[in-house]
Design a protein around this ligand. Structure first.
Ligand SMILES: CC(C)(COP(=O)(O)OP(=O)(O)OC[C@H]1O[C@@H](n2cnc3c(N)ncnc32)[C@H](O)[C@@H]1OP(=O)(O)O)[C@@H](O)C(=O)NCCC(=O)NCCS
Length: 160
């Protein structure tokens, strides 16, 4: 189990401490709430997050400041592209008041590490073409634009 405790120096001596751990079924309500307050994310229903925590636990991570959920990421393999080792990021979000503090960066870094350890070769995601924050984050992490599907941009990063 990776993840762990992160210390962020915000201004001067002010330090924000938070953890990144695997999400539990019990976190699904707060994750649904987070998704709802983080547009343009399309929030899922609570029970969907419950099942994601059961079936894709190692790829479903939550960032918490003490007991407050401040971000999450969830991804899963493409079972029809198993031979190609393809996985997808389904959602990533950081609550608006904590955005810009590199929490999204830490969540995606941890997720990519886990995909690598799981033997996956290729990570994909779809991002709205107007979502400059998310496109900025994924490009910073080495993802490249590979296709445009309407208002969606498909991005990909190879892990090998
Ligand atoms: C996208 C999101 C997860 C980024 O999380 P974050 O913690 O705010 O981002 P970070 O502080 O880790 O920033 C990492 C990189 O992302 C990019 N980025 C973040 N905010 C940005 C902004 N407002 N404008 C441009 N690029 C931005 C930058 O490349 C940044 O690196 P830099 O600061 O060294 O330039 C967050 O903005 C969010 O939750 N948005 C709403 C939900 C969403 O759009 N999810 C993605 C759906 S595909």
């Amino acid at each position: 189990m990776h993840g762990g405790v992160y210390n962020k120096i915000i201004t001067g001596e002010m330090v924000m401490k938070y953890t990144i751990t695997e999400a539990e079924e019990e976190d699904s309500e707060v994750i649904e709430e987070l998704a709802r307050i983080c547009p343009p994310l399309r929030g899922g229903v609570c029970s969907t997050y419950e099942y994601l925590a059961i079936c894709f636990k190692r790829y479903f991570l939550i960032a918490k400041k003490i007991d407050e959920a401040i971000g999450f990421i969830v991804g899963f393999p493409n079972i029809d592209k198993k031979n190609e080792g393809e996985v997808w990021i389904y959602q990533i979000a950081v609550c608006p008041k904590d955005q810009g503090l590199k929490i999204g960066f830490d969540l995606l870094t941890e997720e990519l590490l886990r995909f690598s350890l799981g033997g996956y070769k290729k990570v994909k995601a779809r991002i709205l073409d107007s979502n400059y924050q998310s496109l900025g984050l994924f490009k910073k992490m080495g993802f490249e634009e590979i296709e445009k599907k309407g208002e969606w941009i498909e991005v990909e990063k190879r892990l090998d």
